[in-house]
Design a protein around this ligand. Structure first.
Ligand SMILES: Nc1nc2c(ncn2[C@@H]2O[C@H](COP(=O)(O)OP(=O)(O)O)[C@@H](O)[C@H]2O)c(=O)[nH]1
Ligand SMILES: [Mg+2]
Length: 383
C-alpha cells in the first residue's frame, strides 16, 4: 500500500523544468530608507540618536540574484536612532544596513541620475542617509531618514568583450582560450547569459574575456535579446568582433548574410546602440578558416575589410552603417585549432599592452599640460 502511494506521488511530480532556470539578472530596483532620528529630551537638552544609513558595498563573486535572495523583500530600512533619555542624554545611533552588491554595479536614483559607480571590491556608497536626531534646532523631534527608490545596473567588468552574431564560434573560442565552460552547439542562442572566462598566461598575468551573446541583426529594434547585453561592452577595454567567414543565416526565413554583410551589420547594431562605441579599440576575428573554401573567401574580402568605407556601396542598405569601424587588427583563425588559439591569446595580450601604453602617454600628456597651465602663471614652463 505504502509502495503504491509512493509510486502515485512520484508519478504526479512535475518534470524537471531546467528551461525555467532563472535568467541572468542585471538590473534590480530597491526601495531604501534611512532610519528615523531619535527624539531629544527638551528638559535636559538631550539629543536623539541619528538614524542608521543604508550602504551598498561592492563584493567580488556576488550576483544580483544572490542579493535578491539575501533580502526579505525589495525594501531595505535602517533602524531608527534611540530617543534621548535621562539615563543617556545622547541617544544611541541607529544601526546601519550594509547591503553587499556585485562589483560593477552602478546605482541610479529614480531620475536615472548616477549616484555611485561601485567598480572595485569594497567600494561603498550611502544610498539613504539616516535622519538627524532631535535637538534644540529641530524642536527635539527626530527627522525622518532619506527615503528613495534606487536602480542597480550591473555592468560586467572584463578586459575584452566578445561580440558576434550567433554561431560565429564565440563560445568555442572562449572555451579554448580560458577556463570558462560555455555551452556550444550548432544552433543559435545556446548562450543566453554573458559568460566570463579568464585567460591565464605562463607569467601568471591574466585577462578576462566576456562572451556577450544574443546579438542579431535588427537587435536595435529589439529583435532577439535586443541590445540587452551590449551595455556590458561599455566597460571593456577592447572589443573583439567575431564573424564566420562563411557568413550567417539566422533561419531559413532570414536572408543569408555573407561575412562582409555580417561585419557591416555588427557595425550598424553597435552604432545604433551607442555611436561612441565605434571609437573603442577593436579587433576582428574571422573564424572557421579550417573549412574548405575559406581562404578563397578571405582573399576576396580582405582588401574591403581593411578599408570598410570602400565596400559601403555594395552593402545592403538596411545594414549600412553611417560610420565604419576601424580594427586594430584582422586575424583569420579557427577556434578549433589550438595553434591559432594560442596566437589569438598572445595577440589579445599584445593589443591590450599597446592600448595601455597609449593610454599612459595620453594621461601623462594631460598631467603635463595641467602642470604647465598651473606653473605657467607663477613660474617657468615645464618641458
Ligand atoms: N569548422 C569549424 N567550426 C567551428 C569553429 N568554431 C566554432 N565552430 C562550430 O560552430 C558552431 C557554433 O559555435 P559556438 O561557439 O556555439 O558559437 P557562438 O554562438 O558564437 O557562441 C558549433 O557547432 C561549433 O562547433 C571553427 O573554427 N571551425
Ligand atoms: Mg555562444
Amino acid at each position: 500500500m505504502v509502495q503504491l502511494f509512493k509510486f502515485l506521488l512520484k508519478s504526479t511530480k512535475a518534470p524537471a523544468r531546467s528551461h525555467f532556470r532563472p535568467t541572468f539578472l542585471d538590473t534590480l530596483r530597491l526601495a531604501v530608507r534611512g532610519g528615523h532620528g531619535g527624539n531629544g529630551l527638551p528638559k535636559y537638552g538631550g539629543v536623539g540618536g541619528q538614524g542608521g544609513c543604508v550602504y551598498f558595498v561592492a563584493k567580488e563573486g556576488l550576483t544580483l540574484r544572490k542579493v535578491v535572495q539575501s533580502l526579505k523583500d525589495k525594501r531595505v530600512v535602517a533602524s531608527s536612532g534611540e530617543d534621548s533619555s535621562k539615563a543617556s542624554i545622547f541617544g544611541r545611533r541607529g544601526v546601519d544596513q550594509r547591503i553587499e552588491v556585485p562589483v560593477g554595479v552602478q546605482v541610479y536614483d529614480e531620475r536615472q541620475k548616477l549616484i555611485a559607480d561601485l567598480n572595485e571590491n569594497d567600494a561603498q556608497c550611502i544610498v539613504a542617509g539616516g535622519g538627524v536626531g532631535g535637538c534644540t534646532g529641530t524642536n527635539f523631534i527626530g527627522r525622518p531618514g532619506e527615503n528613495r527608490i534606487v536602480n542597480l545596473d550591473l555592468k560586467l567588468i572584463a578586459d575584452v568583450g566578445l561580440v558576434g552574431f550567433p554561431n560565429a564560434g564565440k563560445s568555442t573560442l572562449l572555451k579554448a582560450v580560458s577556463n570558462a565552460k560555455p555551452k556550444i552547439a550548432a544552433y543559435p542562442f545556446t548562450t543566453i547569459r554573458p559568460q566570463i572566462g579568464t585567460i591565464e598566461y605562463k607569467d601568471l598575468r591574466s585577462i578576462t574575456v566576456a562572451d556577450l551573446p544574443g546579438l542579431i541583426e535588427g537587435a536595435h529594434a529589439n529583435f532577439g535579446m535586443g541590445h540587452k547585453f551590449l551595455k556590458h561592452i561599455e566597460r571593456t577595454r577592447l572589443m573583439v568582433f567575431m564573424v564566420d567567414i562563411f557568413g550567417f543565416q539566422l533561419s531559413p526565413r532570414h536572408p543569408h548574410r555573407d561575412c562582409l554583410a555580417n561585419i557591416y551589420a555588427l557595425n550598424r547594431e553597435l552604432e545604433l546602440y551607442d555611436p561612441s562605441l565605434l571609437e573603442k579599440p577593436s579587433v576582428l576575428l574571422l573564424n572557421k578558416m579550417d573549412k574548405e573554401g575559406a581562404h578563397e573567401i578571405l582573399t576576396k574580402v580582405k582588401p574591403i575589410i581593411d578599408d570598410l568605407a570602400s565596400g559601403l556601396e555594395q552593402c545592403p542598405e538596411e545594414l549600412r552603417p553611417k560610420q565604419v569601424l576601424k580594427f586594430e587588427s584582422v586575424v583569420p583563425i579557427s577556434a578549433m585549432n589550438s595553434t591559432k588559439v594560442v596566437q589569438v591569446k598572445s595577440q589579445l595580450r599584445r593589443t591590450l599592452i599597446r592600448l595601455a601604453e597609449k593610454q599612459f602617454v595620453v594621461d601623462s600628456e594631460e598631467v603635463k599640460e595641467k602642470l604647465q597651465q598651473r606653473v605657467g602663471v607663477v613660474g617657468p614652463k615645464v618641458t
